[in-house]
Ligand binder design. Structure first.
Ligand SMILES: NC(=O)c1ccc[n+]([C@@H]2O[C@H](COP(=O)([O-])OP(=O)(O)OC[C@H]3O[C@@H](n4cnc5c(N)ncnc54)[C@H](OP(=O)(O)O)[C@@H]3O)[C@@H](O)[C@H]2O)c1
Length: 340
């Protein structure tokens, strides 16, 4: 049996990075660690940020991707939390178990500061994995660690979602479609904006009640405000950032909650005043994924509701660069997966 495994790593190229396939020794688990035979991974916009060096992060030589699922094939000394054969997913922040976020967790983010999941065997902390719901395939479970948990943490933990709350999701990417699914499962009226009428139709089939095309309707905040009967939206999944925050503020309900998650319009300062936040007594939360405890709570909800992540397309391991390009095209709805 080979003692090497196939991995993809990020290699410096033209001021950013490119994907390079290579081999490394299959890891042996040290004390307190586990080795997982990775079966599937998924992509997030963050993986584009790292590849294109959009925030200047140094990731040369790093195995990319925070998200993956597989089975435990070896455990190190002292590990009792998991055993060989368990079906698990890695936690985005390997060290964030519960409670409030601490800055030290930034040193423990898979596919960022430490090696990620785009490999055949991943060496993880025994505390940094969670059991995956029995009804999910590895491909489905690989969608959960970043996009799924971010949507869950934003709505349930930080937003305290109630069934009567209206929810607005921006676009139809990984985080937004998970948020739509959670909100629909809770019985909330869901609003979606997208650049594509076909995607909006799909969102209606998933349970969205109001949809607006933000290309043909650039003043989408006014349209959403009208559609809400001028009550505004209770919970907004803000994945756009500086270019959309002003509009989210334009349609948030008094006392409502904006979960500031994403940077799809860049990393600059907000392009409009934040004063509506005050005028509406609204809440703005910075969201960064979630803890293992939130992940476990989400998995419990998924099991009870028998919910499944929505996978747009699945690629083979050797097709990783094509998967990255497909995510960058913005043509997808939901998640893009790479099988291992
Ligand atoms: N803070 C965190 O913990 C965290 C976690 C996960 C993701 N994020 C961030 O959240 C964002 C989304 O991530 P993702 O992985 O879900 O991305 P993704 O799957 O690549 O989704 C991108 C989609 O967003 C929509 N979009 C793009 N520009 C938009 C705009 N100006 N207004 C409204 N919608 C727009 C498009 O959907 P349509 O085609 O439907 O228009 C696009 O297909 C990214 O900025 C990512 O970095 C943050």
């Amino acid at each position: 049996m080979s003692t090497n495994m196939r991995v993809w790593q990020l290699t410096a190229a033209d001021g950013a990075y490119r994907l390079e396939q290579t081999t490394r020794p299959i890891p042996e688990p040290a004390a307190g660690r586990v080795v997982v035979r990775v079966r599937a991974t998924s992509l997030n916009y963050r993986d584009q940020i790292n590849l294109k060096k959009l925030v200047g992060r140094e990731v040369a030589g790093r195995i990319p991707l925070s998200d993956g699922a597989g089975e435990v094939v070896a455990v190190g000394a002292g590990v009792t939390r998991v055993k060989v054969g368990d079906r698990v997913a890695g936690c985005f922040f390997q060290s964030w178990i519960c409670g409030r976020f601490e800055m030290r967790h930034h040193q423990q983010d898979l596919g960022g500061t430490i090696d990620g999941m785009l490999c055949e065997y991943a060496d993880l902390s025994a505390d940094g994995v969670v059991a995956i719901p029995a009804h999910l395939s590895y491909e489905e479970a690989a969608c959960l660690p970043c996009a799924g948990l971010t949507a869950w943490y934003a709505l349930m933990n930080r937003g305290g979602l109630r069934s009567a709350d209206s929810v607005l999701v921006l676009g139809t990417g990984g985080v937004s479609i998970f948020a739509l699914q959670f909100a629909v499962a809770m019985g909330c009226p869901v609003y979606v904006i997208s650049k594509s009428d076909a995607k909006l139709e799909r969102c209606r089939s998933l349970g969205a009640v109001h949809t607006v095309n933000y290309l043909t309707n650039p003043d989408w905040d006014r349209e959403i405000w009208k559609l809400s009967g001028q009550k505004g939206i209770d919970q907004i999944i803000e994945v756009g950032g500086p270019g959309t925050l002003g509009k989210s503020l334009g349609c948030v309900a008094p006392g409502g909650h904006i979960a500031l998650i994403g940077v799809l319009t860049g990393f600059g300062p907000p392009q409009s005043s934040l004063f509506s936040l005050v005028g509406r007594n609204a809440n703005l939360s910075g969201i960064y994924v979630g803890s293992r405890t939130d992940f476990e709570a989400m998995n419990h909800f998924l099991e009870i509701r028998q919910m499944r992540p929505i996978i747009d397309q699945s690629f083979g391991f050797d097709e990783a660069p094509a998967a990255y390009e497909y995510l960058a095209s913005g043509d997808h709805l939901g998640k893009v997966v790479i099988r291992v």
